[in-house]
Design a protein around this ligand. Structure first.
Ligand code: UDP
Length: 331
């Protein structure tokens, strides 16, 4: 049995990794301040420590037990729009917390660090699909903060031998196929939960942000990747970290437009998605699609829920059963 630390393990992607680790019989400690995360998202088999990643005394305590085989770091400020109102807070918190955590890992003799990174590193890309050679040019302070963390981790490798995997997710979506956990953000800004909520009547009608993009139907194209497939990728990179650090782009490699997402939600849910068309949202590139060839080739990763139908089906099941998210879950 291996022992892992998962920061942000009560959040959306982190909790799906925690579940996958617990299912494999691993020992898991979750560190989460529960500002965005949910206590009920953490399975009882995991130990939940409530607190701040950037708190040195807490980090000392968390690392004082038996050595962790790896640290998975999800806890971060992660709203692109908010990061453009508070850029310094985003850079200061995300960078300092992450690098303090890496420092604590080094000090405790932990050799593997997996970072939840983002497609926001690429800003408005020069070409799609976006592979790992694409220019790193964030257009938000959020993306910049993650890029700074990736750079800090390069130094941690060079100087301390801390091997890191930086996984740049495209659009994380969907929910645990067994229906145990799912997406519950406050505020919610993501397309799929907002579209489902509009169809269920638990959220207001959806506003489509722009229908005048240079895409076939005029709406933005994104690469939606299932959250359980993301969790699987985190586990697969661990072996490689015995040897070297890696950076991977993680998506399905297929893009879907906002209109296609709405149509899929309507078909799967059997209800219309009330919506209207509004202006573009600042900073939205027309098309973001990943090339995940490298992680497929080097780890054998492949999405199990690659079809948009599968992603929407699992998300629909979660939201229909838990219209108020974790508040509706009997933990
Ligand atoms: N989107 C939209 N209306 C909404 C939320 C999102 O039209 O209320 C669009 C957004 O412009 C983007 C796509 O849906 O093209 C996915 O947005 P989301 O916020 O889910 O993820 P992002 O691509 O920003 O990471």
């Amino acid at each position: 049995m291996a022992r892992y630390l998962v920061t942000g393990g009560a959040g959306y992607v982190g909790s799906h990794l925690v579940l996958a680790l617990i299912e494999r019989g691993e020992e898991v400690v979750v560190l989460d301040n529960l500002r965005q995360g949910h206590r009920a998202a953490v399975p009882p088999e995991a130990r939940l420590v409530v607190g701040e990643v950037g708190e040195p005394a807490l980090l000392r305590e968390v690392f004082s037990g038996p050595r962790f085989d790896a640290v998975f770091h999800f806890a971060a400020l992660s709203l692109v729009g908010e990061s453009m109102r508070e850029p310094l807070r985003y850079c200061a918190e995300n960078v300092a917390n992450s690098l303090r955590l890496a420092e604590a890992a080094v000090r405790a003799g932990c050799r593997k660090f997996v970072l939840s990174s983002t497609a926001a590193l690429f800003g408005d890309p020069e070409r799609v699909p976006i592979d790992e050679e694409a220019r790193l040019a964030p257009t938000s302070a959020y993306g910049e903060s993650k890029l700074m963390v990736e750079r800090g981790l390069e130094w941690a490798d060079r100087v301390h031998g801390l091997r890191s995997a930086c996984l740049r997710y495209f659009n994380a979506a969907g929910a645990d196929p067994a229906g145990r956990i799912g997406e519950d953000h406050e505020p919610e800004t993501h397309l799929i939960p907002l579209a489902i909520g509009a169809a269920l009547g638990t959220r207001p009608p959806l506003t489509v942000f722009g229908a005048d993009y240079p895409t076939p139907d005029g709406t933005c194209i994104r690469d939606y990747v299932h959250v359980s497939d993301l969790a699987d990728a985190h586990i697969r990179v661990l072996n490689l970290l015995e040897e070297r650090s890696v950076r991977y782009n993680l998506g399905n490699g297929t893009g879907y437009s906002v209109r296609q997402v709405i149509e899929t939600v309507e078909r799967i849910g059997g209800r219309p998605v009330p919506h209207s068309y509004g202006p573009r949202r600042a900073g939205d590139p027309a098309v973001l699609v990943a090339s995940s060839e490298r992680i497929r080739r080097e780890t054998g990763w492949a999405p199990r829920f690659g079809a948009l139908d599968d992603i929407v089906r699992t998300a629909w099941a979660w939201h229909a059963a838990h219209p108020r998210g974790f508040a509706d879950r009997s933990a």
